[in-house]
Design a protein around this ligand. Sequence first.
Ligand code: KIV
Length: 271
Amino acid sequence: MSVNKEIKKVTTHTLQKLKNQSEKISMITAYDFSFAKLFDQAGIDVILVGDSASNVMAGHETTLPITLDQMIYHASSVIRGVNRSLVVVDLPFGSYQSNSEIALASAIRIMKETGAHALKLEGGEEVVESVKRIVSAGIPVMGHLGLTPQSIYKFGTYNVRAKEEMEANKLRADAKLLEEVGCFGIVLEKIPAVLAKEVSASLVIPTIGIGAGVNCDGQVLVMHDMLGINTEFKPRFLRTYLNMAEQITTAVKQYITDVKSSDFPNEKEQY
Ligand code: KIV
């Protein structure tokens, strides 16, 4: 029987159990109460309050501008809609890179002010002291390797990462290191499927892929991309499950027509 159907609340231990029993982990982003409630009720394992909020909620070109206060606002809204899913929150750019003390202070603010269950941060060896310090304070941490959008100006493009052996070797070593210092899982973003398969098999903890092939232990997508709200982003790895942009446009156009023609409200729709 699926582990997923039996569990009341998903914890980091549940994710480990899912990997151990070869059941895939489902993860999606959310940034507000209403969508988080729908995703939780649909049975998603993990909700990520991603710093992609900077793109899809605020309209910025990159994830860099979003602040800790803004992440806290999104995360506390999401938490109010969730009963069962594990809620993981991204530490935003600038809130953990300076040193481990600042990283811990940022982590504590998110945990205290939102009620979230875990945090995610980008990078390997560079952030290992921060990961150690946050984990030793009792806060579960998820890593994020491969294409790490907070480093976009270093990479220069959003192309596939770790295609070259040197970068692939660093990723292998970083993944091991993150596991050793206590991460409960690692997001692998936009790396070759063969490498993601190898890294997933070499780790005890689960990997969650985005553009990293089917052999990761779970998958994550940004809600605006998979629901077809954001129609401009069409990477090869994306599967679109709805065409919300079209459906919303059609609905709003009908509403405008109904208002203009005095069709809405009718007699039953008034007091
Ligand atoms: O911020 C985000 O949405 C993410 C996912 C792409 C994994 O980090």
